[in-house]
Design a protein around this ligand. Structure first.
Ligand code: NAP
Length: 338
């Protein structure tokens, strides 16, 4: 019979690790199923300049290592593997199951923080040429395109950030965006525009990627959105930076999601439609999607889980957790409205 955990956290970006920090400091000894590539999307970024507390900025992987270390310091345990299946109880006090392959974990509460993944264009050649000229991660693959022409697709902050970074490697960077206006913040746009070897191609859509018969980098076929002349960029490394998709497949059909797959939470809480199951971070948030907002919602999920454990009559208060009368004030209060 597996041990019944107080909290299992599935996912390990800023939301998951912050939830781990808070629940471990509440003596709940959380178990984080953190995935093989722990740390979420920040592991694939370079400098993070907008996480408070780091006036000089901090590298994304260093920030995630620090968050993980901080959670570990208070007793968080990690399973560096992928959750493959869940069985989530439907009634208050029910025991949830999280499977890692054949291994079964049981828990009184589950915090879902699986985050989001890079969105794909869905055009011909994209999958076939993945890893052979088409990439989603500049920090991972930039070195392969040294002194080559590089295409960055997208018009948001990610695209600008990738382009600015890639401009240090490539001979020229072409930002391809489907509109003449940009979603990126002004500061990022200005930085990209200030770079001598970044050009903007708008309004263009990537129609397809075509393999080079001679084994060189792919050809990128662009369609002008306004019906103008198409463009073909010969031999370029391409980086797709068009946003993210929530990683909610694990709970599909069990936990309510919206049309885009983001988990729906109740009011301003992190509660899902299953009692004792909470969700945080990019899995829930299609609006802000910042490291700091994800961390904040991880904190909320941890507090919601704590209050649920303490105040749900069907769940015995975990050992080491103070008995409290927060029930009326916090958990038992109606869900705060959005
Ligand atoms: P985003 O802001 O959603 O931008 C996605 C871009 O891709 C948009 O310009 C969008 O075009 C385009 N796009 C989406 N689907 C497309 C498709 N199928 N074909 C062609 N183009 C497509 O995503 P993001 O840039 O990843 O940023 C996400 C969040 O993270 C934002 O809040 C951003 O501020 C933040 N972020 C911040 C930093 C930083 O401050 N250093 C760095 C990275 C990200 P449309 O504009 O036409 O919709």
């Amino acid at each position: 019979m597996p041990k019944i955990e107080n909290v299992i956290i599935v996912g390990s970006g800023p939301a998951g690790y912050t939830a781990a920090l808070y629940t471990s400091r509440a003596n709940l000894e959380p178990l984080v199923v953190e995935g093989f590539l722990w740390g979420g999307l920040l592991q694939q970024t370079t400098e993070v300049e907008n996480y408070p507390g780091f006036p000089e900025g901090i590298m994304g992987p260093a920030l995630m290592q620090a968050m993980r270390d901080q959670a570990e310091r208070f007793g968080t345990r990690f399973e560096t593997d992928v959750a493959t299946r869940v069985e989530l109880a439907g009634e208050p006090g029910g025991i949830h199951k999280v499977f890692v392959g054949d291994e079964e974990h049981q828990a009184r509460t589950v915090i879902l923080s699986m985050g989001a993944e890079h969105k794909k264009l869905g055009v011909p050649g994209e999958d076939e040429l993945g890893g052979r000229g088409v990439s989603y991660c500049a920090t991972c693959d930039a070195a392969f395109f040294k002194d080559r022409h590089i295409v960055v697709v997208g018009g948001g902050d990610s695209a600008m950030e990738e382009a600015i970074f890639l401009a240090k490697f490539g001979s020229k960077v072409s930002i391809v965006h489907r509109r003449d206006e940009f979603r990126a913040s002004q500061i990022m746009l200005d930085r990209a525009k200030a770079s001598e070897n970044i050009e903007f191609l708008t309004p263009y859509l990537v129609e397809r990627f075509e393999a080079d018969e001679a084994g060189g980098l792919p050809r990128v076929h662009l369609r002008h959105v306004g019906g103008g002349e198409p463009l073909v960029i010969e031999g370029a490394g391409s980086f797709i930076a068009i946003g993210h998709e929530p990683q909610s497949e694990l709970v599909a059909g069990v936990i309510d999601t919206d049309d885009e797959g983001y988990v729906i939470t109740q009011g301003r809480s992190t509660r899902t439609n299953r009692p004792g199951v909470f969700a945080a971070g990019d899995l829930v948030d299609h609006t802000y999607r910042q490291a700091v907002t994800a961390a904040g919602s991880g904190c909320q999920a941890a507090l919601d889980a704590e209050w649920y454990l303490r105040d749900t009559p069907e769940v015995p208060t975990p050992a080491g957790m103070p008995e409290g009368d927060l029930a009326e004030a916090q958990w038992a209060a109606p869900a705060p409205d959005a």
